[in-house]
Design a protein around this ligand. Structure first.
Ligand code: GRF
Length: 221
């Protein structure tokens, strides 16, 4: 059988870029057959840019505040990334909501990681919300991006138990570790063409997934 080419992806970041790092590490260790063709940041001071440069990746910065409105920003972003091969756009802490012109150009080809078990806790401050509500578990979700923020079809989730002594920061640290496992895992499925999206339904190996995707439970992290 002919060897598959590595999956070309562009990673969008705005900050620390630790998920970007997890993806770089998975590629370097040959456990993820992908190639990052560019790292794009919406913030000039994002530490993730340094991570990208250290890995010899192309990095670019496009700041939303340099454009008159969201539409213009999206158009500039679209234009800028045209030069890079791209099967999927991978949002990894990208703090900008992509508009419809962008989504239409990359239909079903944008994925995001969110630090909660969606549909619980869309938006910000998810860890504090879960602790405040006395939840027993929290986690992260990888989903396709559509026009509804944090509400696109779910591919997979990883849950972690919330401990009595957890603070926002200790819980966030454990959820981060779950993210570093989940994102490369899902990208691997995409690289091996195991995931399809049909009418908002996620299929894996042609089998419809549960509504909230495939669920991993990480106990000891
Ligand atoms: C992660 O928690 C991710 O789930 C969310 O933003 C955070 C990004 O962290 N979308 P990092 O920049 O990858 O360290």
């Amino acid at each position: 059988m002919a060897k598959r080419e590595p999956l070309p992806i562009i990673v969008f970041i705005s900050g620390n870029g630790s998920n970007l790092q997890a993806i770089i590490d998975a590629i370097d260790s040959l456990s993820l057959p992908a190639k990052i063709t560019a790292v794009i940041s919406s913030k000039a001071n994002a530490y993730g840019l340094e991570r990208g440069q250290r890995a010899n990746l192309h990095t670019g910065v496009l700041c939303a505040q340099d454009f008159a409105n969201r539409h213009e920003y999206d158009q500039a972003l679209c234009k800028y990334i045209e030069q890079f091969p791209c099967a999927y756009i991978v949002l990894a802490g990208f703090m900008h909501v992509l508009g419809s012109c962008f989504l239409q150009k990359y239909p079903n080809r944008i994925i995001n990681i969110h630090p909660s078990l969606l549909p619980l806790y869309p938006g910000l401050n998810t860890h504090a919300g879960a602790i405040k509500n006395g939840d027993l578990e929290h986690g992260c979700t990888v989903h396709f991006v559509n026009e509804n923020v944090d509400a696109g079809p779910i591919i997979a989730q990883t849950s972690v138990k919330i401990r009595a002594e957890d603070t926002t920061s200790t819980l966030q640290q454990r959820v981060h570790k779950a993210e570093y496992f989940l994102y490369p895992t899902v990208l691997n499925w995409l690289a091996n063409e195991r995931i399809q999206l049909r009418e908002d339904h996620v299929l894996m190996d042609n089998i419809p997934m549960p509504q909230r995707g495939l669920r991993f439970v990480l106990n000891v992290i």
